[in-house]
Design a protein around this ligand. Structure first.
Ligand code: GDP
Ligand code: IMO
Ligand code: MG
Length: 428
């Protein structure tokens, strides 16, 4: 079945943007299923860098329809800025971008609550992107959320915002000691955005299912990564949505029987932004070197990413909860030149060895990784397009990852550009 989910297998920033852009060549529709503008997906085309936050990474292909699904949370000003930024660079963003009527809106008070909550947590903060993601999903589940479709009904919009502000303003004043919000001001701003966004709003579930029924190629793009998933990640140091492959079904309204493949994007090492446990984190010069060489700074917030060795235990967990059918291993070139490469194959906690993901946060936080050492390679892998042309040590590294995770590598990425890629198995 020609429906492929692209999902982050670690803590985000695995290179999903590049993979989605490459695979879009064969896709009729690319649809984002969760998250918001906390995401930063980078695509490099003709030596120019594009960072997509809300718009699917397929947008650089003119003929593909891009969909922002119901599972995504949308900050309209950020979306408009992204649309305008792309248009200025000559990228077509017209009817080829559709937004689900049911996607929830990030409101100004969500952003304020996110930032105030983080401040109050102090040292125990999650290190969110401060974009209002968590509070927006809270309102969605509390059934007090405001949706993209509400932008088309000004009276109802004002009514809903006013009702919400009764509680929110009380909290802002009495808990956080800050000023409240005016419903009228919010409505004026948001209804202004509606004029621009209105023509993109659609019943995207029907469009997606009709396309699937017609045998079209669908590419479903995840944001964040499995370890940031609200249920299957390192809770509470996670994001507030279902980043795993299952989230594609709820976040777009497509049934699991329609999914053909699930491609897990895996960086050849591990990175994480924000707080939370990270057993293989390197605080030495190798970690520093990987950060420098890999340009490991957040695409959204610019924060330095924490870097460490590849952890195949979390990847096994990822393979399981996503039902991965293949791996896309990215940034192999960043490991060029290392004498030794370490792979985490298990954890030691309180004298005991574990070969599976430790779900208790204290154990995961307090464990020491067990490593297997592999010989590095001195040759450059940048831009290599055939597996057999990789240095033998690099081939051995890939084969060992496949063995430990129990999933084959379908794709290996050897650079930022579209053609810096080895395809071992086609997705469509
Ligand atoms: P995403 O959030 O998963 O889309 O990933 P990001 O865009 O946040 O971070 C991945 C970064 O790595 C971007 O700067 C990409 O341009 C870059 N990148 C992706 N694949 C490769 C690769 O194979 N080699 C190198 N050197 N860079 C890559
Ligand atoms: P992409 O799609 C990496 C992290 C934040 C923080 C936690 C919660 O580019 O891979 P949030 O603002 O979502 O409430 O923050 O999640 N985070 C990401 N880390 N890549 C991302 O997206 C992320 N989106 C959120 O740093 O630790
Ligand atoms: Mg990113």
């Amino acid at each position: 079945m020609p429906t492929v989910i692209v999902v982050g297998a670690q803590w985000g920033d695995e290179g999903k943007g590049k993979l989605v852009d490459v695979l879009t060549e064969k896709a009729d529709i690319v649809a984002r299923y969760q998250g918001g503008h906390n995401a930063g997906h980078t695509v490099v085309l003709n030596n120019e860098k594009y960072v997509l936050h809300l718009i699917p990474s397929g947008i650089l292909h003119k003929k593909t329809v891009c969909i922002i699904g119901n599972g995504v949370v949308v900050e309209p000003a950020a979306l408009l800025e992204e649309i305008q930024g792309l248009r200025k660079r000559g990228i077509k963003v017209e009817k080829n971008l559709l937004i689900s009527r049911n996607a929830h809106l990030i409101m100004p008070y969500h952003i304020a609550l996110d930032q105030a909550g983080e401040k109050m947590r102090g040292k125990k903060c999650i290190g969110t992107t401060g974009r209002g993601i968590g509070p927006t999903y809270v309102d969605k589940m509390a059934r007090t959320g405001i949706r993209v479709g509400d932008l088309l009904n000004p009276d109802m919009f004002l009514e809903k915002v006013s009702a919400n502000l009764k509680q929110i303003n009380f909290l802002m004043k009495h808990l956080y000691g800050s000023r409240g919000f005016s419903a009228r001001k919010i409505c004026d701003g948001y209804l202004g955005y509606a004029k621009e966004l209105g023509r993109h709003i659609a019943d995207t579930d029907v469009i997606i299912n009709d396309a699937a029924a017609a045998g079209k190629n669908l590419l479903l793009e995840g944001a964040q990564g499995t370890l940031l998933d609200i249920d299957h990640g390192t809770y509470p140091y996670v994001t507030s949505s279902s980043a795993i492959a299952g989230g594609a079904c709820t976040g777009l309204g497509i049934g699991p029987t329609k999914i053909g493949r699930v491609l897990g994007v895996v960086k050849a090492y591990t990175t994480r932004v924000g707080s939370g446990p990270f057993p293989t984190e390197l605080s030495d010069s190798i970690g520093e070197e990987i950060r420098r060489k890999g340009g490991e700074f957040g695409a959204t917030t610019g924060r330095p990413r924490r870097c460490g060795w590849l952890d195949t235990v979390i990847l096994k967990h990822s393979a399981m909860v996503n039902g991965l059918t293949g791996l896309a291993i990215t940034k192999l070139d960043i490991l060029d030149g290392l004498d030794t490469i370490k792979i985490c194959t298990g954890y030691k906690y309180r004298g005991k060895l574990y070969s599976h993901f430790l779900k208790e946060l204290d154990a995961f936080d307090g464990c020491t990784p067990v490593y297997e050492e592999m010989k590095g390679w001195k040759e450059s892998t940048l831009g290599v397009k055939e597996f057999r042309k990789l240095p033998k040590e690099a081939r051995a590294y890939i084969r060992r990852i496949e063995e430990l995770v129990g999933v084959k590598a379908d794709v290996i990425s050897t650079g930022r550009k579209r053609d810096e890629l080895i395809t071992l198995r086609k997705q469509f």
